[in-house]
Design a protein around this ligand. Structure first.
Ligand code: SF4
Length: 76
């Protein structure tokens, strides 16, 4: 097992203004109503600084980054 960054959204808090998708389009897209959809899987290491910026920029603190255990080929 290893750790990887995971991005999550609190859908109760989210206002759907789409700022996060503008800051991190590689991982976040918007649905037809302007609410974010996060791509499956961990945040690629190269995008971690941008993901942290998106989290810090969310006006209602609805985005979160957390370390999660990630199975490796040897642990499956
Ligand atoms: S920036 Fe925050 S409030 Fe705006 S769409 Fe993204 S998660 Fe929702």
């Amino acid at each position: 097992m290893r750790t990887a960054l995971r991005l999550s959204i609190d859908r109760i808090k989210c206002d759907g203004h789409g700022l996060c998708a503008e800051l991190l389009p590689e991982i976040i897209r918007l649905d037809d109503w302007g609410y974010p959809i996060i791509a499956a899987g961990p945040v690629p290491e190269g995008l971690a600084p941008l993901a942290q910026r998106a989290v810090a920029s969310c006006p209602v603190l609805a985005l979160a980054l957390a370390l999660a255990l990630q199975p490796t080929a040897a642990s499956k």
